[in-house]
Design a protein around this ligand. Structure first.
Ligand code: DHB
Ligand code: MG
Length: 222
């Protein structure tokens, strides 16, 4: 009953404010056809990420977890002409779907997908002294969020915005009888950002077509 209402409301919001064009539709259809898990962000949340990146004036965006490239397209569209998204994906098959979708969206010149485990890719970026990112979207395996956070901070500077997806997990994160690894990963992430002197954070719950979930958002201040 609740889910029905949330979906109805999301349909309304998306139809007015976050309508998908052909490239976004194709990205989703392609992802379904390729058998990817249907865990892409919904359109209004894709638009939310796009707006946050634009408000930030992001020129360099880092995404952890490309999947089929749906959120990558939203993020790449927020960039100025000389902007880049570096998106990390562990699964070769997912990256192949994403590359095709990003090409169809005419964004290949702005997006670089790196195939590999995020921890290793992030280590390489740190070692190479990659230019810091302006905006980071963490949307991969939840158990490793705390590890990703530490590494992302090494690729950040004052002004970097870090958004992470799926901090509610249908309320399991607030239910301390639940100790699944995805849930404890999120709790550790929240505790970490809460305790960091150079990071200001909050989190928001969302309901919608994808159920009950939420974002954590942080600003690196020094
Ligand atoms: C899952 C992962 C996601 O990134 C998401 O947005 C929703 C669900 C999952 O693995 O369950
Ligand atoms: Mg997610």
């Amino acid at each position: 009953m609740k889910q029905e209402s949330w979906t109805e409301m999301d349909d309304y919001i998306c139809s007015r404010l976050a309508r998908e064009d052909l490239a976004l539709n194709v990205a989703l259809e392609d992802s379904v056809r390729a058998g990817l898990p249907p865990v892409n962000v919904p359109p209004n949340q894709g638009k939310f990420l796009y707006l946050l990146a634009k408000i930030r004036g992001a020129r360099r965006i880092l995404e952890i977890g490309t999947l089929g490239g749906y959120s990558t397209i939203w993020l790449a569209r927020a960039l100025p002409a000389d902007g880049v998204v570096i998106s990390i994906e562990a699964k070769t098959e997912h990256a192949a779907v994403a590359r095709k979708n990003i090409q169809f969206a005419k964004l290949s010149h702005k997006v670089s997908i790196i195939i590999g485990r995020a921890v290793e890719t992030l280590e390489n970026l740190i070692e190479e002294k990659a230019e810091p990112f302006d905006f980071v979207f963490i949307d991969a395996d939840k158990a490793n969020y705390p590890l990703y956070l530490h590494m992302v901070l090494a690729l950040s500077r004052a002004g970097t915005v870090i958004v992470c997806d799926n901090i509610v997990r249908d309320g399991r994160v607030g239910d301390f009888t639940c100790n699944a690894s995805d849930v404890t990963g999120i709790r550790q992430y929240i505790d970490l950002v809460a305790g960091m002197p150079r990071v200001e954070s909050t989190a928001l719950q969302t309901v919608g077509s994808k159920g009950w979930d939420g974002f954590c958002i942080s600003l690196v201040t020094a």
